[in-house]
Design a protein around this ligand. Structure first.
Ligand SMILES: [Zn+2]
Length: 457
């Protein structure tokens, strides 16, 4: 036996095998770790590539050269959140990228919208929602107040508001915390399990202190009698795809731009997205006898005989469609500017049917009536059992607006909403400026180009 412990060849071989096994184990573990790291890197890179290639995909899908970048999508979502629709803003980001958390900009945006959402409180006192209304705005005072027909000039003085006054009114209401809402955002029809319709109020979610209000514009027809009197002549779709107005200068040249309420309000909201609640716009009301929106669309009216054509109808339809896409509510103002409250039931039915036949196919399904002359079919009592109401309801109307000089008048019926509207016009500003104090300061708004006095009605 050797003096020292020497391994036998068999022992040596065992040891070598053991060592090899251990080395293989270590190598295997290392390979596994490497694989995990590589996979991790691959997934991370895929995520990042996904975020950026979405832009290209979207651009291809939209067929336009426009590329939707992260900044674009955040800008769009910011606007939604500024209009108090935080859920829609969050959804916009999430639908842009499922991996939004891995992008600081996108993740910060979502956190911002979630924080803003926490600051909104329900405005539930619908009885205190005021509704203001206008007629076609006066662009050129020197023309409107000097038309040959003195009664007409007096009417413009009493019932109209100038472009400059309207702009100042919007500025002041914005500064005072008013936020434009749509009638349908105040309350909407819900159907219960028995199929019964019920008009149910919807809480409007606004920051503390903000005040919702409704706006409407009557007779958005650009009547023949207003030709050459300093008013816009029609609503068209502008080069930017937004509704705008055409205006004919006295020398016959035609220009487009901010010549009436629609484009002025669009631009105002564009500058102040927090002036409009979740995309709300005003309600626009139409009679039928001279056509709508400046297009001569009535085949039955004497005034339109020479100018009516299918082409006019198609043009009006396209503008109406665009207005609705932009959030405007389109409403009935009766076909012949009829006083629905004062006239006989049969006369009202005849007029309402005519409106349904000639105007509704252009503006699409309509659930809102803005009574001509503010002449409601009932007094302050509700509509229950009112045959005129039953008829109008049968035609699909659920929202009814009259004219009321008080600040607020809202009636929530079982299956309808009624609201009083206030005229912000020459007459009210001249005779009762204090009645408008909650919204505007007449002394700052009054257009110096108006005649100094407004004749009594
Ligand atoms: Zn009217």
């Amino acid at each position: 036996m050797p003096a020292y412990h020497e391994l036998t060849p068999a022992q040596k071989a065992r040891r070598r095998r053991k060592k090899r096994k251990e080395t293989l184990k270590v190598l295997g573990a290392l390979a596994l770790a490497l694989l995990i790291v590589i996979l991790g890197i691959v997934f991370a890179i895929r995520g990042i590539i996904h975020l950026f290639t979405r832009d290209r995909h979207k651009a291809q899908q939209t067929t336009s050269a426009e590329v939707v970048t992260i900044d674009d999508v955040i800008a769009e979502a910011d606007r939604l959140a500024e209009g108090y629709d935080c859920d829609a803003a969050i959804e916009k980001i999430k639908s842009y990228s499922e991996n939004y958390q891995y992008n600081n900009k996108l993740n910060d945006a979502v956190e911002r919208y979630e924080a803003k959402k926490e600051t909104l409180v329900p405005f539930t006192d619908i009885d205190s929602i005021t509704h203001i209304f206008f007629h076609t705005l006066i662009v050129d005072c020197s023309l409107a107040f000097n038309v040959e027909d003195k009664n007409q000039a007096a009417g413009y003085n009493q019932y109209m508001t100038t472009v400059s006054e309207f702009k100042k009114m919007m500025e002041q209401m914005y500064e005072r915390g008013y936020v434009l809402v749509d009638l349908h955002q105040i309350a909407s029809i819900q159907t219960d399990e028995n199929g019964n319709e019920k008009m149910v109020p919807t809480p409007i979610m606004l920051p503390e202190g903000k005040k919702p209000f409704v706006m409407s514009q009557d007779d958005v027809c650009y009547y023949y009698y207003m030709d050459g009197a300093g008013f816009a002549t029609k609503i068209v779709i502008g080069e930017d795809g937004m509704p705008t107005c055409e205006y004919k200068n006295p020398d016959g040249t035609v220009v487009t731009g901010d010549y009436d309420l629609v484009p002025i309000l669009e631009h105002f909201i564009d500058e102040h997205p927090d002036f409009s609640y979740r995309g709300a716009r005003a309600a626009l009301a139409f009679t039928g006898y001279d056509g709508v929106l400046g297009y001569r669309t009535s085949p039955s009216s004497d005034s339109c005989t020479n100018d009516y054509s299918e082409e006019e109808v198609e043009k009006a339809k396209a503008v109406a469609e665009r207005l609705k896409e932009c959030g405007w509510t389109l409403a009935s103002h009766s076909w012949g500017h009829q006083r629905y409250g004062a006239i006989e039931y049969e006369k009202m039915v005849e007029d309402a049917d005519k409106w349904e036949k000639e105007v509704e196919p252009i503006i699409g399904e309509c659930d809102t009536i803005i009574y001509a002359n503010g002449n409601d079919i009932a007094g302050v009592e509700d509509y229950d059992g009112n045959p005129k109401y039953e008829y109008l309801k049968g035609l699909g109307f659920r929202y009814f607006c009259n004219v009321d000089s008080s600040r607020y008048w809202v009636q929530l019926g079982g299956d309808y909403l009624r609201q009083g509207r206030r005229n912000f016009d020459g007459y009210r500003m001249y005779y009762n400026p204090e009645m408008l104090e909650d919204c505007i300061d007449v002394s700052e708004v009054w257009d110096k180009e108006r005649p100094a006095e407004v004749p009594p009605i």
